[in-house]
Design a protein around this ligand. Structure first.
Ligand code: SAM
Length: 305
């Protein structure tokens, strides 16, 4: 299934000069989101993430579409000009960050990373939204890792401060030494052969406590398997649905390690934030120091685990 594609990857020498995103083999594998789907992704970004500005979308498209010569379209009455797959990376990055920020993971591992487009989107929007990613692990074929290494370096400033490591697919994440990773795998974990998936389940997934997957059922890997592999699974039908075959849907699958603990931590954080607002208000009104101290004492007594 991947042999033509990996043979093609071997022919890419100079990534900055390459037209790989308009190569038919590459388009067939991953750079194939249509204009219509691109419009739907833009609408979803607008409704689900209204705090993301049009300028922040255009800025990312200008970065990610600069190299590889992708197919570009005019969207939104010509206000947005860019590649529809890049727009999908923006939407997926925002979904992931929105979930990731409420987990206890600080490192992300991506299985099946294309050319690194989702990575760049995650780095770009995590900085805009003040969400910290400490480290990123890429797992893919050696040929894909070579492309990603060279591609992301063309936009080094986007991921300043975020460490990263590459792992070849034949090691199945065995050499990743850290735990409590946030797992991301879009159109890969459910697409690869069972033999490989089983090895990822054995070697990589025990190190992943939280995650997000775009899950395809077209390759006969049933969505019910998500409940067996992961804890606290939440599934949603993919938005927009991109499986062309009406019998086989795609899903967004989220999973999280310790829901109760995280929820109680979030409640404490919200309480602390509201107490801090009260303190600021009291201070600006020159209220007696005893009242302010008593609220500060409440904050000190709240310990976050
Ligand atoms: C359909 S593409 C999806 C790429 C990207 N996640 C996206 O959303 O555009 C599948 C990706 O999985 C990678 N892949 C295929 N088999 C793999 C394996 N056994 N281990 C790791 N990556 C693999 C391919 O090289 C490619 O990057």
């Amino acid at each position: 299934m991947y042999s033509n594609y990996t043979e093609y990857l071997k022919t890419i020498n100079n990534v900055a000069q390459s037209n790989f995103k308009s190569n038919p083999i590459y388009i067939d594998m991953l750079d194939h989101v249509s204009f219509d789907l691109g419009c739907e992704y833009l609408k979803l970004i607008e409704t689900e993430f209204p705090y993301i500005t049009k300028e922040q979308i255009i800025e990312f498209l200008n970065i990610n579409d600069k190299y590889g010569n992708p197919v570009k379209y005019n969207f939104n009455n010509d206000k947005i000009y860019g590649n529809a797959t890049s727009i999908r990376y923006i939407y997926h990055a925002l979904l992931i960050l929105n979930y990731y920020k409420n987990t206890n993971s600080t490192e992300i591992v991506e299985l099946g990373c294309g050319y690194g487009g989702l990575f760049l989107a995650l780095c770009f929007y995590s900085k805009k939204l003040n969400i910290k990613i400490n480290k990123y692990y890429f797992i893919d074929f050696p040929e894909a890792c070579d492309l990603i290494k060279n591609y992301i370096l063309l936009n080094k400033n986007i991921f300043d401060g975020i460490n990263y490591e590459f792992h070849n697919s034949n090691t199945y994440g065995l050499n990743i030494s850290n735990n409590n990773l946030f797992f991301v795998s879009n159109y890969c974990f459910t697409e690869i052969e069972n033999e490989h998936r089983e090895k990822y389940i054995e070697y990589l997934l025990p190190k992943c406590n939280n995650g997000f997957i775009v899950w395809q059922t077209l390759f006969r890997y049933n969505i019910n398997n998500s409940e067996t592999i992961f804890k606290n699974v939440q599934t949603e039908e993919e938005r927009p649905q991109t499986c062309y075959h009406s019998r086989f849907k795609n899903y967004f699958v989220y999973f999280k390690d310790d829901v109760e603990q995280l929820e109680s931590n979030n409640e404490i954080i919200e309480q602390l934030e509201s107490n801090n607002e009260i303190i600021e208000q009291l201070e600006s009104n020159n209220e007696p120091i005893e009242i302010i101290n008593s609220i500060e004492l409440l904050n000190i007594n709240n310990e976050i685990i």
